[in-house]
Structures are given as C-alpha cells and as structure tokens.
Design a protein around this ligand. Structure first.
Ligand code: SF4
Length: 305
C-alpha cells in the first residue's frame, strides 16, 4: 500500500508552493538591473554562497541573534524552524532507508508511519523511531510556547505581538494543527500496531486502550495532510511568505546588492521578508513612552505588501 487519497491535499499544496517560489524567484531575478544580476551570479558561484548558507543556518533556522537577546522567544522560533527542518531531513532519510524503495516522493516520507505501520520492531528501527519522536517533541514544545504567546506574549518576554489579518490567522491555525495532528495520527497508528517510541508509542498505547485506534487514526492523517496543504497554499498570500523570501534576501545581500534610492526587486524582497514577528513593537519608543503600538515597522511592511 503506497498511495492513499488523503495525501492529495499535501501533494497539491507542496507542488503549488514549489512552482510558485520558483516562478517568483525567476521574476525577481529578471527584474534586477544588469549589474545586480551579475552580482548575484558571481555571489552564487563564489564566497557569498557559503556565507549565505551559514547565515541561513544560524539566523533562519537556529535564530541565533534572537536566542541571545531573548532565549525563550529564540527557543520558540528555533524549535519550530529548526525542528521542522530536522523532521523533513530525517523523515526523508527514514523513508529512504526503511521504505520499500529509495528516492521516494515527499508524501512517502511525511506520512511514513501510515505507509509503514509495523516500522520500529528491530533495534535500529526503534532507535530511529526514538529520534523522530524526539524531534517531534522538540517542535511541540515550541508550539506550546507559540500558542501561549498569542494569548499572553509576556510568557516569552514580549510586551506586544502583531495583530494579524484574517488570512494570516487561517494560515496560523493550519500551521498550529500540523504537528498535533501528526502526533495523534502517528500515535493512533502506533497504538494499533504496537510500534512507535517514547512519545507516539506511549500515547498510542493509552489511546488504543479505549479507542479503535486503526479506524480513529485515519481522520487525523487527513487532518495532517489538509493542514499542510492549506498552509502551503496560503503561504504566498500571508506573512509566511517570509520563509522562502528570506532565503532569497540573504543570497542577494551577501552578493552585494543594496537597496539604493528607488523601489525595485531588492526592496520588494526586503518587504516580503518581514515575518511580522512584532519584535519592533517592543523596541519602539512610541510604544513604551506613549503607548502607541499600531504604527511600527511591522504595520508599515504589512501596508506596503
Ligand atoms: S520589521 Fe518588525 S515584525 Fe518585521 S521582521 Fe523586523 S522586527 Fe519583525
């Protein structure tokens, strides 16, 4: 069994966002001036490439600067970004090593437990299942902080968070649902087959003690796929567009491209790289001296977008 219709929302969302990002990057590249195009090409094959990869790892995944300034907030961002990256990386390796074939489509890795419910019986398999559970627990710990932050930003050391548009809220809900639905789907499947590790295995055996685990798991696999698909489709229309744009910005900046005195590709990329994290609200003296918290950079970026 290597296909099930529930993977379709994920597949559609993933291929849509990949095509969108490639098309957007090509358009941005074509709109650059000739000297900036040459800078980017030289940067791509030179020292700037290594610098950019290092910066992406330290700032986009680890969130090193935020970690230094505000460890709780930094941990929250790191666990979601770096944790998700690890889940994709080790999930792909897992499907490659333990799946039926090598070089599987992304859905085979993302929904590995559904297609390989018996996985985890040998020592090596159970060690790998432990690692995957550990990464999922890491992400979930950051997700708990992110949810608490929405209701009480002081928990992560912030006084204010950005007010979100309706579409941003829908995307945020989809993002929040991704990891709990994965946890429940994997746990119920593991509970039905007696597999899983310290997180999915333990939760699964508890759930399977009073639920028909195999049947109950299926709607959660659908929810997991729908959450991923919705998030990917909404990504270009919401603040989450900063995820792919930020990478492009880092390559452009390290290649020597500057804002200049006219609006153009680089300023557009800069505007779309704002994550609406809201950290500029706390830093602004209009906020802490006069209580004005609706005109900071985050709202300017949102208005320009
Ligand atoms: S402008 Fe404000 S909201 Fe946007 S990334 Fe910078 S600190 Fe975060």
């Amino acid at each position: 069994m290597q296909f099930d219709p529930f993977v379709l929302p994920f597949d559609i969302g993933l291929y849509f966002i990949l095509l969108f990002v490639v098309a957007r990057s090509v358009i941005w590249f074509r709109q650059l001036s000739r000297p900036d195009k040459l800078r980017l090409q030289r940067g791509f094959f030179g020292k700037a490439f290594g610098q950019s990869l290092k910066e992406i790892f330290l700032e986009s995944l680890i969130h090193r600067k935020i970690l230094k300034k505000n460890p709780r907030l930094g941990y929250m961002h790191m666990s979601l970004a770096f944790g998700w990256f690890l889940l994709i990386l080790f999930g792909t390796i897992e499907a490659d090593i333990f799946g039926e074939s090598h070089l599987n489509p992304p859905s085979r890795a993302i929904f590995f437990r559904f297609f390989n419910p018996d996985h985890g019986r040998t020592l090596f398999e159970s060690a790998y299942a432990f690692l995957m559970d550990l990464i999922l627990a890491f992400i979930l710990s950051g997700l708990v902080l992110a949810i608490i932050k929405r209701f009480s930003s002081r928990v992560v050391g912030m006084k204010k968070t950005t007010r979100l548009r309706m579409l941003d809220r829908v995307a945020l809900t989809a993002l929040w649902l991704i990891f709990p639905s994965r946890l429940i789907a994997e746990s119920l499947t593991s509970g039905a087959y007696g597999t899983g590790s310290f997180l999915t295995g333990s939760l699964g055996s508890v759930l399977a003690s009073f639920l028909p685990a195999k049947e109950a798991a299926y709607p959660f696999w659908w929810l997991y796929s729908l959450s991923l698909g919705t998030f990917f489709v909404l990504l270009p229309l919401t603040r989450y567009m900063h995820i792919p744009t930020e990478l492009f910005l880092i390559f452009m900046r390290n290649s020597g491209i500057k804002t200049g005195d006219r609006a153009g590709t680089f300023s557009e990329v800069e505007v779309h790289s704002c994550s609406s994290c809201g950290m500029c609200i706390d830093q602004c003296q209009l906020n802490f001296s006069a209580g004005i918290n609706t005109i900071q950079a985050t709202y300017l970026m949102k208005a320009v977008r």
